[in-house]
Ligand binder design. Structure first.
Ligand SMILES: *[C@@H]1O[C@H](CO)[C@@H](O)[C@H](O)[C@H]1NC(C)=O
Ligand SMILES: *[C@@H]1O[C@H](CO)[C@@H](O)[C@H](O)[C@H]1NC(C)=O
Ligand SMILES: *[C@@H]1O[C@H](CO)[C@@H](O)[C@H](O)[C@H]1NC(C)=O
Ligand SMILES: *[C@@H]1O[C@H](CO)[C@@H](O)[C@H](O)[C@H]1NC(C)=O
Ligand SMILES: *[C@@H]1O[C@H](CO)[C@@H](O)[C@H](O)[C@H]1NC(C)=O
Ligand SMILES: *[C@@H]1O[C@H](CO)[C@@H](O)[C@H](O)[C@H]1NC(C)=O
Ligand SMILES: *[C@@H]1O[C@H](CO)[C@@H](O)[C@H](O)[C@H]1NC(C)=O
Ligand SMILES: *[C@@H]1O[C@H](CO)[C@@H](O)[C@H](O)[C@H]1NC(C)=O
Length: 679
């Protein structure tokens, strides 16, 4: 063999050694490696090694108590009241109700937004609609050209944003114009920049009013589905503190109304669509998008507005966003009376307003926040149509963003809205308001901790009702009291609001909250929610002696060990072991299993080292569908349940206090101190 050949061979061997020696670490060095032997066409593997909960019908439920024998007293609302649930002995027993107060305030530190009017340095928009003179006019500062466009246009109430892009024709303003057909005007002072001037005032329809009036026999009803996007119960208590204070003073302010806090209101779907459309359009026809003609009212006579129309209800659907996911599922030609779809789509296109999750700037449009216009419009509409039955679906998107800090922007405005609308209407109306989240935070660290994961599935749900409505249902006060401590869902909200309007639509997966008690034995299946969305995640303490369990845990541990070492010991920036030493995880203290659904689960493992005080808690996601793929982290595969399953580490947490020199050293070196045991 000649010398160059030997050198080549040596070089080859070196390369071979480099690749293979480092191979396990390579996988973890942010190279998005995916095991070639895992195919997305593999069958989804059932993880039900451990039995999923069955309804236990032996749990005794209280006998219903008649209204005449039950004394209503509002509870003092507080985040911690959730603790009473544990005493109830429910079959649905979530492992966590979300971040506790301390943890929550750490992740979402208290923060108040400035008023948009103080940012804009004015209280008034430079564009106006005056319904007395019925004119639209602009009042831009002298010397600035003014531009505007007006709406609504076209006949579609719920047009997709794509179609709407071609709607608007911006014109130069010269003089006031007739506003008979103008519901909103959007304008700009100056030749460039965003459109920050808006005016929005509903147009009264005399014909419609007359028609609706003919339905009214007794006191009319006002039903409001007030949906706060991405607000969990805990987040509500953290971020809407004045509103909580207001609710705590509610029985003083409004002795003829009641308010209830539902503590175990579970999601039934993954996102807004999955949680809201089945409520609005019913479960049976629910679909995220459909083929063919989009200019229809897809849910037809199952849609709440169409059912309520027959009872003489005016309908408004208002969302301060422009998500096409709604129009794709509902259709674009809804048979509703009022909609703010065009206004907010135009704002999304022309003004600074957006509901993108990444957009964490304050959502001001001129001197007010986006949702203010929606609430103001609703107040005006309620006043215009005073005396007829009203159904409003208001969907507020202020908290639809990833920082988790915008929910507080709703606090004062919502409080004022509720106070105003109840004050103005309580004599003329029976009032029924469901103020709830569609789901909790779905972004940020929602899947990386069990608390975050659980909080996403536990939206806030307050029910405000006139006593006059409750009096119609003989067991309502007691039922409501009990139901605030039971598993409930949006399907119950559908059945209940229909019942309030005098329509019965019983299903096997819902109850009328004013009439029936949600059973102690109620579980996810009973509310037709699958495990990934249902809040009753069951947790099992694993038997470490079981060979089956041992096999899975060992694989998970060795995977975790590699990840930890890749992040510290063999970090590519430093020679091996320069800063952190190699970690051997070989002792398991305790391990739990959280069943998510039949194809995925979370293992929670407490492990420690034999030669150091370091203790770790590791949450590992094991799945055979694609539910974990999009999180942009490294996946591996292990053999479990006789098949290959994907594995992803959700988080690695230190249980010992690891403050001190080593933490500092690792931090300075740009390493994650939690994974570093110093050399
Ligand atoms: C998981 O459950 C769903 C519905 O609950 C079912 O359709 C599916 O076949 C199950 N998959 C496995 C692998 O067990
Ligand atoms: C709150 O949660 C954190 C994180 O799970 C935990 O460390 C802490 O002990 C909890 N505090 C209380 C008062 O329960
Ligand atoms: C806006 O109005 C409020 C009271 O209505 C007032 O306190 C505030 O100073 C006004 N802001 C500006 C910028 O004019
Ligand atoms: C509670 O309501 C009462 C009666 O309306 C009012 O006088 C009082 O100021 C309110 N208290 C708080 C803390 O808002
Ligand atoms: C409550 O209802 C009673 C009887 O319907 C009425 O007399 C009273 O004025 C109402 N109270 C308030 C504060 O509206
Ligand atoms: C619409 O739904 C898709 C898929 O569920 C989601 O990725 C997207 O963020 C949604 N868009 C909005 C605007 O909510
Ligand atoms: C929208 O629906 C209404 C009935 O509610 C119908 O009269 C109209 O023709 C529909 N529009 C289109 C474009 O299909
Ligand atoms: C609120 O509504 C009233 C009509 O009731 C209107 O005059 C006013 O301009 C609206 N305010 C905003 C900021 O839209």
């Amino acid at each position: 063999m000649s010398l160059p050949k030997v050198l080549y061979l040596l070089a080859y061997l070196c390369l071979f050694w480099l690749v293979f020696y480092n191979f396990p670490y390579l996988k973890t060095l942010k190279i998005y490696y995916f095991p070639s032997f895992y195919s997305k066409y593999n069958p989804k593997i059932s993880t039900t090694l451990f039995p999923i909960l069955q309804s236990n019908t032996d749990l005794p439920d209280p006998e219903p108590i008649k209204n005449s024998n039950f004394q209503y007293k509002s509870e003092f609302f507080s985040q911690g009241n959730i603790e009473n649930l544990h005493k109830e002995g429910l079959q649905c027993n979530p492992i966590s109700y979300g971040y506790n107060k301390t943890e929550g305030n750490k992740i979402f530190p208290p923060f108040n937004w400035p008023e948009c009017s103080s940012l804009a340095k004015r209280n008034e928009s430079y564009i106006k609609i005056d319904r007395i003179s019925n004119q639209m006019y602009m009042t831009c500062p002298k010397g600035k050209d003014s531009y505007y466009f007006t709406g609504p246009l076209g006949i579609f109430t719920f047009t997709s944003s794509e179609t709407q892009k071609y709607y608007w024709r911006v014109e130069k303003y010269s003089d006031e114009i007739k506003a008979d057909n103008i519901e909103f005007a959007i304008g700009r002072c100056g030749n460039k920049g965003k459109f920050k001037e808006v005016a929005l005032v509903p147009i009264f329809n005399q014909e419609l009013f007359k028609n609706l009036k003919s339905f009214v026999k007794n006191k009319p009803r006002m039903i409001i589905q007030l949906t706060l996007d991405s607000i969990s119960r805990n987040h509500f208590y953290r971020k809407l503190t004045s509103l909580v204070e207001f609710l705590n003073n509610f029985s003083n302010l409004f002795p003829n109304l009641t308010v209830h806090d539902f503590k175990l209101h579970s999601t039934i779907g993954v996102d807004s669509i999955g949680n809201m459309i089945p409520l609005l359009g019913g479960k049976d026809k629910f679909i995220r998008s459909f083929k063919g003609n989009q200019k229809i009212d897809y849910y037809g006579d199952k849609a709440l507005w169409n059912i309520l129309k027959k009872k003489g209800y005016l309908s408004l659907i208002a969302s301060d966003g422009c998500s096409d996911n709604f129009s794709s599922s509902l259709g674009e030609n809804l048979s509703i009376d009022y909609s703010l779809r065009q206004f907010f789509c135009a704002c999304s296109e022309y003004s600074i307003h957006t509901t993108k999750k990444k957009a964490t700037k304050q959502k001001c449009i001129g001197p007010y926040q986006a949702h203010y216009y929606l609430l103001n419009y609703t107040k005006t509409l309620a006043k215009m149509y005073s005396g007829v039955n009203l159904w409003f679906y208001l969907h507020l998107n202020a908290a639809h963003e990833e920082s988790g800090q915008h929910a507080s922007a709703l606090d004062e405005d919502l409080k004022q809205f509720l106070e105003h609308i109840i004050k103005e209407s309580q004599d003329k109306y029976d009032i029924f308001i469901m103020m709830h989240g569609d789901h909790g935070m779905r972004y940020g660290p929602w899947l990386s901790t069990i608390d975050g994961y659980q909080e996403k599935k536990l939206p806030v749900m307050f029910l405000i009702s006139s006593k006059s409505i409750l009096d119609e249902f003989p067991y309502s006060y007691h039922s409501l009291h009990i139901n605030t401590l039971r598993l409930t869902s949006n399907y119950d909200l559908r059945e209940t609001q229909l019942a309030v309007a005098g329509i019965t639509e019983p299903t096997s997966y819902s109850i009328n909250l004013l009439d029936k008690i949600s059973k102690k034995s109620r579980i996810c299946e009973d509310i037709s929610s699958i495990y990934s969305y249902c809040a009753c995640s069951s947790t099992l303490k694993l038997d470490l002696e079981s060979p089956y369990v041992e096999k899975i845990l060992n694989q998970l541990l060795s995977y975790t060990e590699r990840i930890i070492n890749a992040k510290s010991y063999s970090h590519p920036k430093y020679p091996l072991g320069k800063i952190c030493r190699k970690v051997n995880l070989n002792f398991i203290n305790r391990a739990f299993l959280i069943v998510i659904n039949n194809v995925s689960e979370i293992f929670k493992i407490e492990t420690f080292l034999d030669d150091s005080n370091a203790r770790f808690e590791i949450n590992v996601y094991v799945y055979s569908d694609d539910s974990g793929d999009s999180q942009g982290e490294i996946s591996e595969s292990i053999v479990a349940y006789g098949h290959r399953m994907k594995v992803k580490i959700l988080n690695i947490k230190r249980l010992d206090s690891y403050a001190g020199k080593c933490k500092k050293k690792a931090k300075n070196a740009g390493l994650d101190p939690a994974t570093c045991i110093c050399s």
